[in-house]
Design a protein. Structure first.
Length: 368
């Protein structure tokens, strides 16, 4: 079933289309108003799904829109492509292909491609329009919506970026069937995050179905995806530029980003780091006596049921604690923690004593 939600940005309103057949939304998109269309993707993904996407979107070479030139720019898979050097490479490929200010960039991929493509679109010739076609669970429920773009600089994740909304998001769940079990599970941790924010019925639905969610069975996941992305759309509509409310979407990410950086970005998939971050945030909320009795155990149980997480016991706590104040959401080194009070309600808390943070970190690592 197709679901269409609308996001109202500062400049325009755009659709977020989810469900089987979502790629067909491009047939109703005003492609003919653009001088050329470029698709940014990664080679293995494009090889597997490119022809299907072009056919269903109406962009297949046999029947392109009148006057539209469609070209593909492919970059290597992995976090290494989310870098300034790759921005320069992609921009050079666009220029070589004849992209001008009236060109459209279609971003076909997961979080790395989504962030890279959005950043390129926001800066190429001082901005061109782009469309997000997310192909991972986390992309479909979170990162493709809201216009946050970024690339990594050195060891700092998402240090340079923009808030630049797409013109359309089209999330086709069938593409998730080709994900590895690990990549699929990684995205489910973000779905759990949204369920903690939203509460029931989404949280209880996840509890009932989590053990059956696997890449081949995307039909079971589809209603959960629609509910999870609705959480993101609602928050972005009320706070596009992260002035306050949108910070709740960082639940689990302050710890998670520190875990990623402490291990050189080569141990965790992003969602796995967020999974550990959710466990640590719940522990911290318990230590501060913010979390209602029993809620922390329920959160931890659901996170653990998603699947095995890479080990964390050998990550030096001192290294993680040192990295936490460098979080982008920190102001003057003071971290804005997003902590659960109960399932369905979180609180943004500042001035948390580092001894409490250290205790939460110790508790999580000892729970392995």
């Amino acid at each position: 079933m197709i679901h269409t939600l609308q996001v109202t940005s500062e400049k325009f309103t755009y659709d977020v289309v989810t469900g089987r057949g979502a790629w067909g939304a491009l047939r109703r998109f005003p492609l003919a108003t653009y001088s050329s269309v470029f698709v940014l993707s990664e080679k293995p993904l494009w090889k597997r799904w490119g022809s299907t996407f072009l056919r269903e979107s109406g962009l297949e070479p046999a029947r392109p829109p009148a006057g539209i030139l469609t070209r593909t720019v492919l970059v290597p898979s992995g976090e290494g492509s989310k870098a300034m050097r790759m921005v320069e490479l992609v921009a050079g490929q666009l220029l070589k292909g004849g992209a001008d200010r009236r060109s459209l960039l279609i971003v076909f991929g997961g979080g790395v491609i989504g962030d890279l493509g959005g950043f390129v679109a926001s800066t190429y010739m001082r901005s061109i329009d782009y469309v997000q076609i997310p192909t991972t669970v986390v992309g479909q429920v979170d990162s493709a919506v809201g216009g946050k773009t970024a690339v990594n600089v050195g060891a700092m994740k998402n240090l340079v970026g923009t808030v630049y909304p797409p013109r359309l998001v089209a999330a086709e769940p069938r593409v998730l069937s080709s994900l590895s079990d690990r990549a699929f599970r990684s995205g489910l941790y973000e779905v759990v995050k949204h369920a903690i924010l939203a509460g029931d019925p989404l949280f209880s639905q996840l509890e009932k179905s989590i053990d059956s969610l696997r890449p081949p069975n995307t039909r079971l996941l589809e209603p959960l995806l629609a509910s999870a992305v609705a959480v993101k759309v609602d928050v972005v509509n009320r706070d596009e530029r992260e002035a306050n409310l949108r910070r709740v979407l960082n639940l689990g990410h302050t710890f998670g980003h520190a875990f990623e950086e402490a291990t050189g970005y080569d141990r965790f998939l992003h969602g796995e780091a967020v999974g550990w971050g959710l466990l640590a945030a719940a522990r911290l909320a318990e230590g501060l006596r913010l979390l209602a009795p029993g809620e922390g155990e329920r959160i931890a149980r659901l996170v653990r049921r998603v699947g095995p997480l890479p080990p964390i016991g050998d990550v030096p706590p001192a290294k993680v604690l040192k990295l936490l104040p460098q979080d982008k959401k920190a102001v003057g080194g003071n971290i804005r923690w997003v902590l659960p009070e109960r399932i369905g309600k979180v609180r943004i808390v500042a001035d948390v004593p580092m001894k409490e943070v250290a205790a939460a970190l110790k508790a999580v690592t000892s729970d392995q």
